[in-house]
Design a binder for this molecule. Structure first.
Ligand code: DX5
Ligand code: ZN
Length: 222
């Protein structure tokens, strides 16, 4: 499988959201990454339902929704109704993660779990076979444009080993400070999907940047 690129709309121009959604529709990107923040789990507020619904109306690629909120369970059905493809919740925000993952699947969506930089990937060992995606946060969640945390490479390798050991088919997604400069190293470490906000929307030609990141290949480590 070729790797996947998910532009993060957090870095799009909110006053021209339809224009930016259509730009990504016309690009080689695979998913739209949509960051939902509640001002409680993270110190920032981003998209609410009306904005996600507006994105869903114009997007022609699957929505990869990243919930940075407390009590995500209460909104699962609402996201399912919007036609969301992946619904990702934070490990740190869920007391009953197994139940939450089951509820996401029961609502007809793929289930993802995001890990903050301090959370060890092995905490997912008992649930990994149930997960469609693990999102490794390579910055502390809440803001775009932050510096990539280098220990992420080791986390990707550890998670890859866990997935193989359990015969799981979980995709590894990396989110935060990702761009053409570190895409190859992340893919070589075992990542399948790369989220990029400022590295795509902050460039002169976002469509070209997506193309560049799609053309990146992993180099097998010796
Ligand atoms: C951060 C969000 C990211 C963010 C990434 O909390 O989860 O998806 O948009 O932005 P960049 O790529 O600019 O670091
Ligand atoms: Zn995100």
């Amino acid at each position: 499988m070729s790797h996947l690129i998910a532009p993060s709309l957090l870095a799009a121009d909110f006053a021209n959201l339809q224009r930016d959604v259509e730009m990504i529709n016309a690009s080689e990107a695979d998913w739209f990454h949509v960051d939902v923040m509640d001002g409680v789990f993270v110190p920032n507020i981003s998209f609410g339902f009306p904005s996600v619904a507006a994105v869903a109306k114009h997007a022609t690629k699957p929505l990869d929704v990243h919930l940075m909120i407390v009590n995500p369970d209460q909104y699962i059905d609402a996201y399912a109704k919007l036609g969301v493809y992946h619904l990702t919740v934070h490990y740190e925000a869920c007391d009953h993660l197994h139940r939450t993952v089951q509820a996401i699947h029961a609502a007809g969506m793929k289930a993802g779990v995001a890990l903050n930089p301090h959370t060890n990937v092995n905490l997912l060992s008992d649930i990994i076979v149930d997960l469609d995606l693990v999102c490794i946060m390579s910055v502390n969640p809440g803001f775009g444009g932050q510096k990539f945390i280098e220990h992420t490479y080791r986390k990707v390798r550890d998670l890859s080993e866990l997935i193989s050991a359990r015969n799981a088919t979980t995709l590894i997604e990396i989110d935060g400070g990702v761009g053409p400069n570190n895409a190859q190293d992340l893919l070589s470490a075992g990542a399948h999907a790369l989220v990029a906000g400022s590295a795509i929307f902050g460039t002169e030609d976002p469509v070209e940047t997506v193309k560049l990141m799609k053309a990146t290949t992993s180099v097998a480590s010796a």
